[in-house]
Design a protein around this ligand. Structure first.
Ligand SMILES: Cc1cc2nc3c(=O)[nH]c(=O)nc-3n(C[C@H](O)[C@H](O)[C@H](O)COP(=O)(O)OP(=O)(O)OC[C@H]3O[C@@H](n4cnc5c(N)ncnc54)[C@H](O)[C@@H]3O)c2cc1C
Length: 322
């Protein structure tokens, strides 16, 4: 039986796993095919990959900045340079943007090195008896663990652990907004010399030039588009069936940049139901030492990778006190 079973391999799950693994045995379970959660990099084939979740990290706190600089020295992350433009195509953003050297899940991969991990392992239910946690997976397998830590988005946490957590956690004001992301490849390598564009639009929020990240050489132009929250709220439940959702985002991009529709040779759209929570809550993480259940995730603190990292560090402090 492991000491800690961590549900989720995103920034929060991988960070708390790394800290706890110095002293305890740890197993990470994730329903996805690989690590990263919302810090995801989708690789469809060689030289065709997109950061379709987290776009970049701009640290605010000194501690997180230090952590990222340490990863930069180790060649795990790098700075995404080039011009980051606003919707006028004139004003530039100058805040430092960190990205993974190979993909934006690199931080999670780094954290999880040498830690036991199991993917495509969806946790269906958890059950507490005085001595251990019983974890039921979707393949009907059962696991046991002395302690359990959940890092899922808030609505998924509620489904899985409502019975076992203090109700004050469910009184927190949390609203996780959706996002629609479209990945595009154009056959002619017509490069516009920008790294990203922030749009001022009801529908299209942002576009990232994947080639400007200089991770690999591509003969194609690769772009990741992200919707506004407003557009995602309207369309998240039918974007798969209704091609108009994807087409509308693409049309906005084409008309703003001059790319031609007939040069698109690849497109894929993903809907994120629970992207981010903008409100900071009064809690940073949750730990119940009697039941040995913990929760850490971005949504306690804010809408960013940094929020997930801070929440995991806060939980680690609480656990160390016991
Ligand atoms: C489209 C988009 C763009 C973003 N852009 C940025 C950005 O530019 N900069 C920034 O700082 N932040 C950005 N964010 C926010 C950032 O992604 C999150 O703040 C951060 O990744 C959250 O990490 P986490 O570990 O708390 O949660 P997650 O990354 O969501 O990790 C939770 C994990 O739990 C797993 N899981 C859930 N339920 C189960 C279950 N029942 N069984 C097993 N596994 C389960 C999930 O598969 C997932 O891997 C963006 C998010 C999205 C969606």
């Amino acid at each position: 039986m492991v000491d800690f079973c961590i549900i989720g391999s995103g920034v929060a799950g991988s960070t708390i796993s790394k800290i706890l693994s110095k002293k305890y045995s740890v197993l990470v379970l994730d329903k996805a095919r690989g690590p990263g959660g919302r810090s995801s990099n989708k690789r469809f084939q060689k030289n065709l990959s997109f950061d379709h979740g987290v776009q970049y990290i701009s640290p605010k706190s000194k501690r997180f900045k230090k952590f990222l600089e340490n990863l930069r020295r180790r060649n795990i992350v790098k700075i995404w340079d080039g011009d980051h433009l606003d919707f006028t195509f004139e004003k530039k953003e100058f805040n430092r943007k960190y990205i993974g050297r190979l993909g934006n899940n690199d931080i999670c991969k780094y954290n999880l090195k040498n830690i036991n991990q199991s993917y495509q392992s969806t946790v269906k239910s958890i059950k507490f008896n005085k001595f251990f946690w019983e974890i039921k997976l979707d393949n009907e397998k059962y696991l046991q663990s002395k302690s359990i830590i959940l890092t899922c988005p808030f609505p998924q946490l509620k489904k899985l652990a409502f019975k076992f957590l203090n109700k004050k956690i469910f009184n927190l004001k949390i609203s996780m907004h959706p996002n629609i992301t479209t990945m595009l490849a154009f056959k002619n390598k017509k490069e516009i010399p920008v790294s990203s564009i922030k749009f001022k639009d009801d529908l299209l929020g942002w576009a990232a030039n994947e080639n400007s990240k200089k991770r690999f050489k591509s003969t194609l132009s690769l772009w990741t588009l992200q919707s506004t929250v407003k557009w995602a709220k309207k369309t998240i439940n039918n974007y798969k069936k209704n091609r108009k959702v994807e087409n509308a985002m693409i049309s906005k991009f084409l008309s703003s940049t001059g790319f031609k529709k007939n040069t698109i040779i690849f497109k894929k759209t993903h809907g994120w139901k629970y992207s981010y929570n903008y409100q900071q809550t009064l809690m940073k993480s949750y730990w119940d030492k009697n039941k040995r259940i913990g929760v850490c995730a971005d949504w306690f603190i804010g809408p960013k990778v940094e929020s997930a990292w801070l929440s995991a560090n806060d939980l680690a402090k609480k656990i160390k006190k016991i």
